[in-house]
Design a protein around this ligand. Structure first.
Ligand code: SF4
Length: 132
């Protein structure tokens, strides 16, 4: 059995969790020793493994083609497509036509996912500016 402490990355709260792997099975519980959360974890975090193994989970980027079909793509292509559309929106409706909205707001160091999303969004905006 291996055991480690980590943080739940499902949302920005980053609750402390304890992860054990035993006979190829992963178990996640709240980390009672975490000084900030004392073992707290919401139902979303506790069901993380169910979401991870859900057959409906989308494990890679998808992009809708001209026929309306979703096709697998790579992140860089998806970002290029989003940048292209954002550029069109900004050109047509002006700089105040796009914004970034992040729920319940703290922002943590770049290694955690909310800032990763911001970095990706900034990358999209940078691409729209580069192409002007
Ligand atoms: S356990 Fe719930 S509140 Fe905590 S980080 Fe995960 S999803 Fe967010």
């Amino acid at each position: 059995m291996t055991e480690s402490t980590a943080i739940c990355r499902f949302c920005h709260a980053s609750c402390g969790i304890r992860v054990t792997i035993e006979e190829n099975r992963v178990h996640i519980i709240g980390d009672l020793d975490n000084p900030g959360y004392h073992g707290y974890g919401c139902v979303k975090g506790r069901s993380f493994l169910e979401c991870h193994s859900d057959p409906g989970r989308v494990p890679h980027p998808l992009q809708r083609d001209a026929d309306g079909e979703l096709r697998r793509t790579i992140s860089a292509s998806a970002l290029d497509g989003i940048a292209h559309r954002l550029r069109s929106i900004l050109a047509k409706h002006g700089p105040r036509s796009a914004c970034w909205r992040m729920g319940r707001g703290s922002c943590r160091p770049p290694s955690t996912h909310p800032c990763d999303r911001i970095s990706r969004y900034r990358a999209v905006l940078a691409r729209t500016r580069e192409d002007r």
